[in-house]
Design a protein around this ligand. Structure first.
Ligand code: ZN
Length: 452
């Protein structure tokens, strides 16, 4: 959008350090940054300077949501192994995933990201860890689809090198050698990672999990990431079966094992962390290790309920993730706000997760987890213009006096308007830069090819 854009009239939830809200309020955007904001009607000098005006009356205005964990490729394998726990579910899906290539990964990424965008997600974290021989540039395909839709992407180059014949969970044909995984991870960083303030694409290194990766690959990935100045990501402490695997094989809990390999630190975030002890939570807090909390996926696979209240109170950076769509067919990040609030209450009581805390996880929490807290996650002057206007004027939310409760406890509102980097990505619930019907056809075709 050219010049200065004024967004005015909505209930503005800034998610700044003080939890400032303006009801109503206004904010201005120039190029890809937020310039100014305030309470009430915009001052006349701001109105006079504005080149464009966006009507936010009847809308809730929040920072764009930040997804911290996903496997976009799984969009093609939704609805499989519907009643299985993690290990059985993985074993059922690995053979199909091992046929993925850049074309099918691109179609899957387009589908998954279209749904993320329409649920208020402006920054997509992805974890891709299946790289069959000859499958092409899968990371490049995902980067391309994010660029097409206008979304900010934190891609991770994942890996697996511990096949079943070496005591791992994945079949041997689904894993790479340790050396190949490290070389390809370095190449993905060199090719796609952007370290700038307003980066639309960043890349992290992300060996998959303690039961699919060797200790060597975990240790050397940590060294490589630190040499390259990028972040580290993996799965950790997701299920009791993983805990048993680590205790039997290494004589340690998953968190202790990962720490022994250099995997706690402010440059690391881990998905799930359902089964952390009080001491683990304290170590995560001391080291600044982040957590991607994926409540719907944890419920789908009956993994358990992560101790999110304890983590947040201890100072652990916690964000939300949808996780791969094969364990969360819903795939909508906005809905994870409600899911996080509900599961925390089931675990720790009615006061365990107020809706404003859940919204903070989805925004600033995710920004901290991805190392982007200076740039995204809140509505403040100088930050990047990733902004969502949630439609609250429809029957689903009519009469709910608190708009944050409407978002966090009600049905997920339609996105009236969503800006990423100051540009329209969703308008009136529809993609502004993509065609959802065409993406659906690509997904249907790619899913059929993968099944056959
Ligand atoms: Zn995952």
């Amino acid at each position: 959008m050219p010049g200065l854009t004024l967004i005015e009239g909505g209930h503005v939830v800034t998610v700044d350090a003080d939890g400032t809200e303006h009801a109503p309020g206004w904010l201005t955007v120039r190029d890809h940054r937020i310039v100014s904001l305030g309470a009430g009607a915009a001052p006349s000098e701001v109105r006079d300077a504005a080149d464009a005006w966006i009507d936010a009356r009847g809308a809730l205005v929040t920072p764009g949501l930040v997804n911290t964990h996903h496997h976009l490729y799984q969009w093609l394998t939704r609805g499989w192994a519907q009643d299985a726990i993690l290990f059985d579910w993985l074993v059922a899906l690995y053979p199909t995933w091992a046929r993925i290539d850049a074309d099918s990964a691109g179609a899957a990424a387009a589908g998954a990201m279209a749904v993320l965008a329409r649920s208020g997600c402006t920054t997509v974290g992805d974890h891709h860890y299946v790289f069959p021989q000859g499958s092409g540039d899968i990371v490049g395909a995902i980067v391309h689809e994010a660029d097409e839709l206008g979304l900010r992407l934190h891609a991770t180059r994942g890996s697996m090198d511990l096949g079943a014949s070496d005591g791992g969970l994945p079949p041997d044909f689904a894993v790479e050698t340790t050396a190949d995984a490290l070389a390809a991870s370095a190449a993905a960083v060199t090719r796609y990672h952007d370290d700038s303030f307003d980066a639309m694409v960043r890349v992290a290194i992300a060996p998959c999990s303690p039961f699919s990766v060797t200790a060597d690959l975990l240790r050397e990935s940590a060294t490589l990431a630190r040499d390259l100045g990028v972040r580290l990501h993996t799965h950790g402490a997701e299920t009791v079966e993983e805990e048993a695997f680590c205790r039997e094989r290494f004589g340690m809990s998953p968190a202790e094992y990962l720490e022994s390999l250099g995997w706690l630190g402010s440059d690391v975030w881990m998905a799930h962390c359902v089964h952390l002890s009080d001491q683990d939570v304290a170590r995560f807090a001391d080291t600044g290790t982040g957590v991607a909390h994926c409540p719907s996926s944890n419920a789908r696979l009956a993994a358990g309920i992560a101790p999110v209240r304890a983590m947040v109170d201890a100072g652990v950076p916690v964000g939300l993730g949808v996780d791969g769509a094969a364990s969360n067919e819903h795939g909508r990040l906005g809905s994870e706000i409600r899911q996080a609030a509900l599961l925390a209450r089931l675990r720790d009581g009615a006061g365990a997760m107020p809706v404003r805390d859940a919204l903070r996880l989805a925004t600033m929490g995710g920004a901290r987890v991805l190392g982007r807290e200076a740039q995204i996650g809140s509505l403040e002057p100088g930050k990047l213009a990733d902004i969502v206007l949630w439609e609250l004027g429809e029957v689903e939310h009519a009469g709910i006096a608190d708009p944050v409760a409407a978002l966090g406890l009600g049905s997920l509102p339609r996105v009236r308007r969503m800006l990423v980097q100051g540009r329209d990505v969703v308008v009136d619930g529809e993609l502004a830069r993509g065609d959802a019907a065409a993406i659906s056809r690509r997904v249907v075709d790619a899913a059929a090819r993968l099944r056959s």
